[in-house]
Design a protein around this ligand. Structure first.
Ligand code: CIR
Length: 253
């Protein structure tokens, strides 16, 4: 496994982003603002030391910018998922083509369904969310793949929110950030619990020494600064309208 990540794979949001799946009820995203926010996100990744591979938007896949769901990076291996919603199948192909140059690929075959947003790697353990997108077969297939590589696998029920990582992500330094409901699933962990009105802050992205957090969460921002994190705020409003967060927009490998 490379000592630290060097690359982020992203895909630009298209003009038809609003035709993707959403339960947010926040109204349709503005495709131009989404593209500007996406470019700013990529700039932060570059400033954080990553080479950013930008795939063009694909009009067949309005949710295609949420590349996290298409693969799980595990050291030298990339697990190419079988996205849980049929409308998203096929998004994984362009990502797999890039990953095949830098990782050995393993595929999730049917009847497995798995979204990368349901996979949280934390230390030597891989947590797999059982959500509306990730079924038992998909979770079991991934558990076998990770177990064969020395990780422990645990399934976590996802009762609220789209994916496991909608409600819990890694801050670095052995700490997690989570909604209250998800924090209860990690009783022995050091967890920063987000207030209900800043629930979207449970999806943060640690890149090197920097911690990317979404805009609109002043309370969590303060807490993280007090804990000593080098925080970078990234505006995500247009992606939040489509149930997306910071981790969803890239595959860091
Ligand atoms: C979907 O519902 O599939 C997309 N609109 C949002 C996916 C967000 N992905 C993620 O949290 N990993």
């Amino acid at each position: 496994m490379p000592a630290s990540p060097t690359t982020a794979i992203v895909r630009e949001p298209g003009e038809n982003l609003a035709r993707g799946l959403t339960t947010a009820g926040l109204g349709p995203p503005d495709p131009r603002l989404a593209l500007a926010q996406h470019r700013a996100y990529c700039d932060v990744l570059r400033e954080s030391g990553l080479e950013v591979v930008v795939l063009p938007a694909d009009p067949r896949h309005p949710d295609g910018c949420f590349v996290e769901d298409t693969a799980v990076i595990l050291g030298e291996v990339a697990v190419i998922t079988r996205p849980g919603d049929p409308s998203r199948r096929g998004e994984e192909e362009a990502v797999a083509a890039v990953l095949s140059r830098i990782r050995r690929l393993i595929h999730i075959p049917p009847p497995g369904r798995l979204d990368g947003g349901d996979v949280l790697q934390w230390g030597d353990r891989v947590y797999i969310g059982r959500s509306t997108r990730t079924n038992r077969e998909g979770a079991t297939q991934l558990a076998e793949i990770v177990s064969a590589r020395g990780y422990a696998a645990s399934e976590v029920p996802v009762d609220a929110g789209l994916h496991l990582k909608t409600g819990v992500t890694e801050l670095g330094d052995g700490r997690l950030i989570a909604t209250a409901a998800m924090a209860a699933r990690f009783p022995s962990a050091d967890v920063v619990t987000v207030p209900e009105d800043e629930a979207h802050a449970a999806n943060c992205l640690r890149v090197g020494d920097r911690l990317l957090i979404p805009g609109g969460c002043p309370g969590v921002h303060r807490t993280l600064l007090e804990l000593g994190y080098e925080v970078v705020v990234v505006e995500m409003s247009e992606f939040q309208k489509m149930d997306g967060g910071l981790t969803c927009l890239s595959l860091v490998c």
